[in-house]
Ligand binder design. Sequence first.
Ligand code: NAD
Length: 505
Amino acid sequence: MTEMTVVPRADATLPEVRVNRHWIGGAHVGGAEMSDRVSPSHGVVVSRSAKGTEADARAAIAAARAAFDDGRWSRLSAKARAAVLLRVADLIEGDVERFAVVETLESGKPISQSRGEIAGAADLWRYAAALARTVEGDSFNGLGPEMLATVLKEPIGVVSIITPWNFPFWILSQKLPFALAAGCCCVVKPSEMTPSTTAMLAELLDRAGLPAGVVNIVLGYGQPVGAVLASDRDVDMVTFTGSTAVGKQISRVAADNLKKVALELGGKNPQVIFPDADMESAADAVVFGVYFNVGQCCNSGSRIIVHEDIAEDFVARVVALSAHVTFGDPLDPATQVGAIVTPEHGAKIDAHVQAAKAAGARVVLGGGPLQVPGLGAQFYRPTVVTGVTPDMAIARDEVFGPVLTVLTFRTAEEAVALCNDADYGLSAGVWSENVHTCLAFARNVQAGTVWTNTWMDGFPEVTFGGVKQSGQGREVGRYGLEEFMEIKSVVMRIGRTRANWVKTR
Ligand code: NAD
């Protein structure tokens, strides 16, 4: 087995246990029943949060409904809304360290990554503020001398936002500022595993001058809180990021009153490596793509499809590079890969790897939990699985761990067919120095995002989302704002030129 780079427990002081309550109508409420989040890396209680009830969820929806209907936010000028969003961005930027430490302890992700995600989230707020002032509709001036029509964009109304544990503050910031920029009022439910940074945002929203009731936060579990947020008749839209299974459930209950649903779900994202690729860059990106966030990432590059002629050399490069990736204490700034979110999830990752072995695949690196000195064993080894055939579960299912699956191809058509032979369609990548190869791939692959000679680069300007069972709707960018808008056509008559329909004489 290739040696790994493991970072033992750092000598860091842990913060006091954080207590989180709901934020409804501009006040902290709830807390009769609480639930604890134990750090996946450090095994200590990080936060104690109110466990939301159905009544809490309905109260939050009622507060958002009242705020939306009286226009305290939706009828403000875009300039005034943008000013509040910009103040929130400044406040986030001024508080990166406090947010990053809690995010790291609750999720297990490295502190350097948390710092980047919180600071990056501030930029999403800033971008959404800029977009708020660009909303425009259409006008129709060619309908005849007596007619004029305009198409207006309006905020959709009350939006439920349900987020997962893998990028808690980042994903919240891909949704909330865009919904607010559009003029919507919101009810937010973070994952029960990573509630703190969402709860902490309430203070910043208040300090930034957001009117009470415009954003309401209910902590707790999918049942009952998430289910109420997805089904309540007073909610106009639900935007969800999480597993495909829960996304389908949300779609089903939301269908009852036909509210709009936007879903960002799972992926089994392929990267295709052609023989003329820059091998050094491709191998580095493959290693980054599969180990980033311990593979607990919707965009995880969990499947590589390598040309037969170079497969052996390429896998050897990836295995060799894996030894230099620093796994270990998330609080150490040197760490690149942290802990697995729960012991149950760790067991699930391992079950995938063992099942692949049993099906005839070869585990050429890793495969099994990792004990980090001074911390527990809620870590997983960097793992590479070869000898995989497209029908094996490990080639098709979202493993959500640091596990790379290797398939091979002979022709470009075969590579694209392997990519598209999947239930998911979130992202895909191609590595070749030939622009024609890259363009043909980008055209033919079924994915919401295609990266050519890079992996997982994202920008507030560039919209993101999935096709097939990876979701529906788009986030960030202009389309991300428009998701939260309804369209209204206004048709106007100029002068009294129309003959009456009813003939009275
Ligand atoms: P999850 O589906 O278990 O939970 C997500 C959220 O939904 C949590 O807040 C949870 O409490 C809530 N929830 C659970 N049951 C619910 C119900 N019946 N009704 C309403 N809400 C309910 O997902 P997770 O384990 O937190 O996150 C991992 C998944 O998220 C992976 O599949 C990953 O691919 C996906 N993900 C997708 C993207 C993307 O942008 N496409 C980004 C990040 C994560």
